[in-house]
Write a protein of this length. Structure first.
Length: 226
């Protein structure tokens, strides 16, 4: 009789131990899931721009790449160089204006330059080429003479690279102008195509010489066909 009563108790003991182990495993799994979810949520928020100073995964990668290389740095729109700032006078500077009351002339002195919503994300750093360019055109008796300025969203590194490699850049520009046709220079669409070709030519030289282009656009400050 005693043997029969002892048998169920002996068999039940392991079952209770297994139940406790199972509960421990379930609790441990729950902790792992919660931790994994927290890490995943943090990564998602960082990549989607919910946290941090950049918007979206592309912005975070762009900022990381920009900070890692020693070359040109992108200039935020808030740091745009603006005419009249720096205390050197000029239009809108501290010198006042003609025909206005003294109080009105100084009304906005010290206020930040207003910046509208939208527009380009980065500042435009401009540089005017010091001399005009004169070239023959392809299959034409006409001569083209243009003045050029360039813009870059990067700091002065790109402009310094332009100045350093002035001779090579000028040569590339003249070759591009020499390939222009009358159809190109006498239409607005043709001039815009010529702008893009000049951007490509300048950036190609900068990449060859400095390993980095950086010129975003070319502007005509003078345009004459003779």
């Amino acid at each position: 009789m005693s043997d029969a009563k002892d048998t169920p108790e002996a068999e039940g003991a392991p079952k209770k131990k297994k139940g406790k182990i199972g509960k421990i495993l379930v609790m441990a799994a729950g902790v792992v899931v919660l931790l994994g979810g927290g890490v995943g949520a943090g990564l998602y928020a960082a990549n989607s721009g919910l946290i941090g100073g950049h918007s979206g995964k592309a912005g975070a990668e762009e900022a990381a790449a920009d900070a890692s290389h020693p070359g040109p740095k992108l200039v935020p729109k808030a740091e745009q160089k603006r005419a009249g700032e720096g205390g050197e006078g000029g239009e809108g500077g501290h010198g006042g204006g003609e025909g206005g009351e003294e109080g009105a002339a100084h009304e906005n002195v010290g206020m930040k330059t207003p910046i509208g919503d939208g527009g380009e994300r980065y500042a435009s750093n401009y540089y005017q080429m010091p001399k005009d360019f004169t070239s023959n055109m392809r299959d034409s008796v006409h001569i083209i003479q243009v003045g050029l300025a360039v813009s870059t969203p990067y700091d002065d590194t790109v402009i310094n690279n332009l100045k350093t490699n002035d001779l090579a850049v000028r040569s590339a520009i003249l070759m591009t102008l020499g390939d222009a046709t009358e159809e190109t220079v006498f239409s607005s669409d043709g001039k815009r195509q010529l702008q893009r070709k000049l951007v490509d030519s300048i950036n190609e030289i900068l990449r060859q010489k400095e390993g980095f282009g950086g010129v975003a656009n070319v502007y005509f400050t003078n345009f004459v066909v003779q």
